[in-house]
Design a protein around this ligand. Structure first.
Ligand code: FES
Length: 106
């Protein structure tokens, strides 16, 4: 699928995201090096650091938040109504055209 990711400098990247590798959005961002190493994915995708926080700009219906994600976002900085943890969003066909913006590094 193709998704659009706005990096922390405001640059929009349209990237191919495979749906058959069980990758999440944080891993996609890292694989395309859209955020410097060490600033995203710090907890390894365990919903325990919020370094992968992003704002969902498109109207896609995403899987509901787990309690862990909800609790992490309750403590994170720069949280908005459309904040999600990138590591909790797995790439599936119905996310074609997804648009997200990386939250500032905190
Ligand atoms: Fe740590 Fe997503 S990588 S919460």
């Amino acid at each position: 699928i193709k998704i659009k990711i706005t990096d922390r400098e405001g640059i929009v990247h349209e990237v191919d995201a495979p749906t058959d590798m069980n990758m999440n959005l944080m891993e996609i961002v890292r694989s395309y090096e859209l955020a410097p190493e060490g600033t995203i994915g710090i907890c390894g995708g365990m919903a325990m650091c919020a370094s992968c926080q992003c704002y969902v700009a498109s109207e896609h219906e995403l899987p509901p938040m787990s309690d862990d994600e909800d609790a992490m976002l309750a403590e994170a900085f720069n949280v908005k109504d459309n904040s999600r943890l990138g590591c909790q969003i797995h790439m599936t066909e119905d996310l074609e055209g997804l648009e997200v913006e990386l939250a500032p590094e905190s």
